[in-house]
Design a protein around this ligand. Sequence first.
Ligand SMILES: [Zn+2]
Ligand SMILES: [Zn+2]
Length: 591
Amino acid sequence: MGQNNVSLCDRNTSLYLIAAAARQPSGARFKYLGQLAIATAFGLSGGAAFALPDHHELEATLLATPMADGIALQVAAAFPGAPSGTRAYWSVVIRNPADETVGELSGELQLDVAQLTRQQDSWSGADLPAGFYSAELRATAIEPWMQARIRADSVESRVNMALRFAPNGVVVQRWDVPIGAIAAPQMPEFAGLPLAKQRAIDPPGGLPYRIYLANLHSQTNHSDGGGNIATCTSSQGAQNGEFGPADAYAYAMDKGLDVLFTSEHNHYFDGSSGTNSSATPAQANGLYQSGVQAALAHNLANPNFLALYGMEWGVISGGGHLNILGADFLYGWEYNASSQLLAEVFTAKSNYAALYPVLRQNNLIGQFNHPASSGQFVIDGTALAYHPDGDEVMALAEILNTSAFSNNITETETSRTSYESTFNRILERGFHVAPTTNQDNHCANWGMSYTNRTGVLLPSSATLTPTTFLEALRARRIYATMDRSSQVIFTANGQLMGSRLRNHGPLALQVLFASSTGDTVSRVQIQEGVPGRNGTVSTLIESATHSFTPTLGLHFYYAKLTQGDGNLLWSAPIWVEQVAPPGPLLVDGFE
Ligand SMILES: [Zn+2]
Ligand SMILES: [Zn+2]
């Protein structure tokens, strides 16, 4: 496996809504209205354009695998809802460990309307010095009626023109690729915390926790998931999938997961990706309640597995998806023809300033799902805007997902998207989020498309219940790993990842790693940033242990590990307020 490290991800949303177009400066507005006009001229009504599915967003991923003398590349792309003939244009720039450009590749991909399209390529060089190279993908997609604008003889020129034109935005993904013999860092001795299944094993001294491996993002036929893997290559029609929540819990438990959250699109409970004006509140709320009951029934019968049911709230265009954990009732904004709310609790569409207080009042937990680097979770014109109530509830943010439309059942899906740069931006906004990695399954392969898991630490004395699990999420005792056989534990002055410390004097940071399959670490980075600064997260040091005195003020630190096989792990941050001595040393809890 050669999965690598990211620092950038940029997924701009295409703007098909008049409302969105109307907010653009006049030039851009004409561009988008022009696009609609062209769509109409080609036989699509305006209504059809508005009814594009919620997943209408270009997904482009890069798999960069180290070779002896270079890097093997696989570019994959999908654009749900885009018409036949839509083409993706991509370039990959290779930089050496000194950050000098040493290669550039480009290509065009005819997209399939129904599934991911993949293309292989490779870059090689002679006598490459050992170290971490980077491979940066930039990709865009253009519908057939606009491809006439892309006229040039060479692929390179067409790709450059397309990336400049980019009516659907540019996806950027960057991965670091280890090449050659890289000296392994010194890691402290660590046996590893026991997993949920190893109940007989005593945790190592000082760390009385067990690890529960979770997938905190998936769908079933209560919204647009649950597709039979024999035929599933994309999102399913609303409530048309073959399998529901009870099937999902049984499947994930059978495959060895400890926790599965089925997070149904909240605006699909009326049986439509748009608004079904003939739906009734009883139908929508009844379906949500049946999901809550399915989780409850599964948990009563299976105490060693946790079934969680809830919603993925929001839309992509002009919005941003977030998961809501712990909600007993459906939240929504759609009304039927009789002006009845097709949900239990009204929450205005795409209004995050209004949503966060409601979530806080109801003691719920949120996760930023596949966050785009711009244009999402907007408050007063600012994307990913800080909000004090949002900071209380938004405990999680996805840092890497596998393709939402994968039908892989052998944990070998190669199409993966990193959100690490956006995760960093969320931290710099001031949110206290822990990283998660999930699968966003829409096919009936809940947890099995890849080996990525969100690791959650529960006290070793705790039994696994919704209450104890959500408490662990609130405490941010979390890491994200691409390899479910590996774990990372990060501490500061002996306090666990997720903690908030007030400190004076030295701060001792420590990164612990354990693998049950013999994997090793090729790089350990302690990342640092400042909450509320809106600046850039950087590497404090490449070392598993570090003792120093931070500057006065607010900081956060987290660990990022790269395995010898390229797989990545990220710990939750520790937030430190460094105060002048002789200030008291306090360890704050979360309430
Ligand atoms: Zn979906
Ligand atoms: Zn989503």
